[in-house]
Design a protein. Sequence first.
Length: 130
Amino acid sequence: MSAPRQLVSSGSPFEPIIGFSRAVRTGDRVVVSGTGPVWPDGSCADDAEVQARRCFEIIAGALEGAGAAIADVVRTRMYLTSASDVDGVARAHHDVLGDVRPAATMVLVAGLLDPRWRVEIEAEAVLAGP
């Protein structure tokens, strides 16, 4: 029998349109969808480092909703639209996850769902046993 699935929503307007959850927990694993840097009012900062920090705030909330924490993250994937943003996004990643040191990947892409986004971030977490 497979583990039950817990779905976590962040309230993104894209969730019902696309048909996805911000995060899904099954057993001890939590997978967080690609997360864009949007504030509750729909705004988006211009700076990639600020955007990355916002992505991590949303990711942390999704993890919490699934019973996990940033300390449980084992993998991140960061999608950037410009190589000039690597240093800022790396600083944000280090500040949030430097002590956790998950496996991490940065990928340059031609564009993201919203043209204001300079970065989108995914995360995966595994919860420690009892």
